[in-house]
Design a binder for this molecule. Structure first.
Ligand code: ZN
Length: 325
């Protein structure tokens, strides 16, 4: 039955976090802390599968718009970054830093997949140790944000964008506009760009859509994004977005308590799993800001199982940032 009532979306303010599957937990930390120089802001477990880790990497404070998270499954086989998934996760770096990133990534033996200019901004495409598609993109305005790990002239500040591959763009593009309140900025080389209405701040404002009718479907495994989460400013905003999406025929979940935020989930019609996550309460709820990521943190329902979980999870260490010449 066709929906008859539709509300209008209160626009999202950007990407909240992106979650992917990794293989080896230590290699995952070594790459994102040692090479990309993100801060590990939380070491916890998968709330739906507490026998596996859930790692969160981001800026110094773990701000929404900077958080890349992983479920590391030791021994996981590589998946396929295919249609119906986020095929590239892009980080925002200061204008003028792309040459530094080219030499840093090549010095550290990272696989470079391409380099160019997109919508006027220089970028490098590369892969992590599991083959996950990553980019750094020069992003005007990010130089003013706090830096972590590397010199402020080059350090990653958070997300620039996510690129989604879909076989047909109409339903996805409509969901981004009418469900999440984004606006289409334009197209370049078959890439449709959607941006948030609110352009305050420089990070996480962009979702790019690639229409690739012949691309193989996504298959979950190491190196593949599981879902992308967008930002609700508070619980009322999340409920309003949930209602608009439900009214337009999406199967949206109930609100789930994720301890660091509250979430609802839905799969958009191009196949990409979306989440709406609240900005609050954030990662300092169970750890001091200067100690983020140093200890295994468990939500209350798993505290009683701490010793059993700790005995089962492989030990990991947080490396120092790798220096290059
Ligand atoms: Zn999530």
């Amino acid at each position: 039955m066709r929906p008859t009532t539709t509300g209008s979306a209160v626009p999202i303010s950007g990407i909240h976090h992106i979650t992917a599957i990794a293989s080896d937990p230590q290699k995952n930390i070594d790459f994102y802390v040692g090479i990309l120089c993100l801060r590990m802001v939380k070491k916890t477990v998968n709330f739906d599968d507490p026998g596996t880790y859930h790692f969160y990497f981001g800026d110094a404070a773990g701000s929404p718009g900077t958080i890349l998270t992983f479920f590391p499954w030791p021994g996981a086989k590589r998946g396929t970054q295919g249609s119906g998934s986020v095929i590239a996760t892009a980080f925002a770096v200061p204008v003028g830093s792309i040459d530094h990133w080219a030499s840093r990534l090549s010095d550290l033996k990272v696989a470079i997949r391409g380099r160019g200019t997109r919508f006027g901004n220089k970028f490098i495409a590369f892969e992590d140790h599991d083959g996950m598609g990553l980019e750094v993109i020069e992003t005007p305005g990010v130089e003013a944000l706090p830096a972590w790990g590397l010199d402020p002239s080059v350090a990653i500040r958070g997300f620039h964008s996510a690129t989604l591959s879909v076989r047909s763009c109409e339903a996805t593009s409509r969901m981004l506009r009418e469900g999440l309140g984004m606006v289409e900025q334009g197209s370049e080389n078959g890439r449709q760009r959607f941006v948030t209405v609110d352009q305050a701040g420089a990070i996480g404002r962009v979702i790019d859509l690639l229409t690739e009718p012949d691309r193989a479907p996504s298959r979950l495994g190491a190196g593949v994004v599981h879902h992308i989460a967008v930002r609700a400013s508070d619980d009322a905003h999340e409920l309003a977005l949930q209602r608009v999406l439900a009214d337009t025929g999406y199967g949206v979940t109930e609100v789930r308590e994720r301890f660091y935020f509250r979430s609802v989930y839905y799969r958009e019609r191009g196949g990409v799993l979306f989440e709406i996550a609240t900005d609050a309460p954030g990662f300092a709820i169970d750890e001091a800001a200067d100690a983020l990521g140093t200890n295994l943190k468990l939500p209350p329902q798993y505290e009683g199982a701490r010793s059993r979980l700790e005995a089962h999870l492989p030990p990991v260490t947080i490396p120092s940032v790798r220096r290059t010449s």
